[in-house]
Design a protein around this ligand. Structure first.
Ligand code: FDA
Length: 312
């Protein structure tokens, strides 16, 4: 794992750092690389362009760790409008070419001091009800490990009514192999994991995370569900292709997924080769947490940021 990663993630938690980064003019240039825009007016043309290039989309309205009920309600309202907009862009290719929204339960109220998990679960149900009517998919993002159990509990509950509801599992967590076995019959987005986690719950070395990812991927590919292979790592992308061939999974029975602004040529190559290639597209003004996780993943991003800062 990138040795700077824990340092960047720790520093980014400081309110002072947040003030400095968000007030720095150069930050806007970096944000534009990873975030589609602040509002739906900026998002929609980006989505159209991605769909026109044979890619699929999963759109995330940025926000996390909401401690204000009114803010959680605003987030739900924004997602309901977003689902409407995405439904209008569905079906450009075939039945599997659904648009999708990705959502963090902490943005729906999970961290509220009173009844947080119940409120987030109810809000998730509201989004799924609307999405089912609109023919749009929903997948729940994975946040730090202290939320994993509550998130999976909410997903299990809502999935009883909406079996297509997806959830993200993080290969760096020790528990994830068991979670994959339990959930392998459903829509699972497998990623490496982007938070700063202690060694008691998570693998720390990148080779260990890759090995865990491979074990989890094999479980999902051999299962009855719909694996969503969320990685930019060439080794894992190749492994997914090989496992798909071995298990007889056609391109309609699993997806490659990458983040907006990362490895664009590879996204286009996979889509042109006939694979389902979905791009996770974030938008909104609450981009700070998302941006710092992207900077932490790759020292080159941070260098780019610091260089731009110095050259101003
Ligand atoms: P790795 O970090 O090894 O990167 C492989 C290669 O990809 C790098 O060598 C580089 O070329 C490129 N790359 C990767 N990150 C880059 C970056 N930031 N900037 C530029 N290039 C980069 N995590 C989480 O904890 N919860 C979640 O819900 C999600 N959701 C999610 C959805 C989707 C669709 C994706 C693709 C990823 C996530 N993640 C996530 C993030 C994930 O956990 C992980 O941090 C990143 O995907 C980076 O890991 P890779 O598997 O890409 O490998």
């Amino acid at each position: 794992m990138n040795p700077l990663r824990p340092v960047i993630l720790a520093a980014s938690a400081s309110p002072r750092m947040k003030r400095i980064v968000t007030a720095t003019p150069v930050t806007a240039e970096i944000v534009r690389r990873f975030v589609a825009g602040e509002g739906r007016d900026e998002l929609i043309p980006v989505v159209r362009e991605l769909l026109a290039s044979r890619r699929l989309v999963s759109v995330d309205f940025l926000g996390e760790n909401t401690t204000d009920r009114a803010q959680a309600d605003v987030t739900v309202a924004e997602y309901l409008s977003l689902i409407n907009d995405l439904a209008a862009m569905n079906g450009f290719r075939d039945a599997t070419a659904r648009t999708e929204v990705s959502v963090k339960l902490s943005a729906l109220g999970q961290a509220l001091p009173v009844d947080g998990p119940a409120i987030a679960t109810e809000n998730l149900r509201i989004l799924c009800t609307k999405a089912a009517q609109a023919g749009v998919w929903v997948t729940v993002d994975a946040e730090d490990h202290t939320t994993t159990e509550a998130t999976l509990t909410a997903v299990r509950e809502v999935r009883a009514e909406f079996p297509w509801l997806g959830v993200v599992l993080q290969a760096y967590l020790h528990r994830t192999e068991a979670d994959c076995r339990e959930l392998s019959g459903s829509r699972i987005r497998l990623c490496k994991g982007a938070y700063r986690e202690p060694h008691t719950v998570a693998y720390q070395r990148s080779a260990e995370v890759t090995d865990s990812y491979l074990r989890c991927l094999e479980i999902l590919m051999c299962g009855a569900g719909y694996p969503m292979v969320a990685t930019h790592d060439p080794v894992l992308i190749l492994a997914a292709e090989q496992l798909a061939a071995e298990t007889g999974r056609g391109p309609d029975r699993f997806e490659h997924q990458m983040l907006f602004g990362i490895r664009d040529p590879e996204q286009l190559r996979l889509a042109a080769a006939g694979n389902a290639m979905r791009v996770y597209v974030p938008y909104g003004s609450q981009w700070y947490g998302y941006l710092t996780r992207r900077l932490a993943e790759r020292p080159a991003n941070l260098t780019f940021f610091l260089r731009a800062l110095v050259s101003k």
